[in-house]
Design a protein around this ligand. Structure first.
Ligand code: AMP
Ligand code: ZN
Length: 114
């Protein structure tokens, strides 16, 4: 078993609060939510960062966004608006090195982000 936290969730060793799942992605609630609705969408296959993506992952990245759209609809934040964020490496604030898309909503977001 990989030492990766999100791979353990995909494998079912650690059980997050799952809100959506399909063959390619898993979406679950962030343990430390930064908004009333804060979901993480992760690919089931381990990819560490955006820098590790290749052309072969193009569809998978699209699948992450389609899942984000779905969970936003489920959480009732689609119409009012929500933010998607994918941090890449330490300076951007990435702490878990398994690709993940944050989906944040249920409050007004600020710009620029901190
Ligand atoms: P990032 O800082 O962009 O790498 O985001 C990692 C996210 O994973 C943070 O928002 C954490 O709160 C979240 N996180 C860490 N551990 C868990 C966990 N066990 N279950 C759910 N979310 C987690
Ligand atoms: Zn992983």
């Amino acid at each position: 078993m990989s030492d990766c936290l999100f791979c353990k969730m995909v494998a079912g060793v650690i059980k997050p609060d799952v809100v959506y799942e399909d063959d390619a992605v898993l979406a679950f609630r962030d343990i430390n939510p930064q908004a009333p609705s804060h979901v993480l969408v992760v690919p089931k296959r381990h990819i560490s960062t955006i820098n590790d993506l290749t052309g072969a992952d193009a569809e998978l990245v699209g699948r992450l966004y389609l899942a984000a759209k779905k969970v936003a609809g489920q959480d009732g934040i689609a119409a009012e608006g929500y933010r998607t964020v994918m941090n890449c490496n330490a300076a951007a604030g990435q702490t878990v090195f398994h690709l993940h898309l944050h989906v944040l909503g249920g409050r007004n977001m600020h710009w620029p982000p901190g």
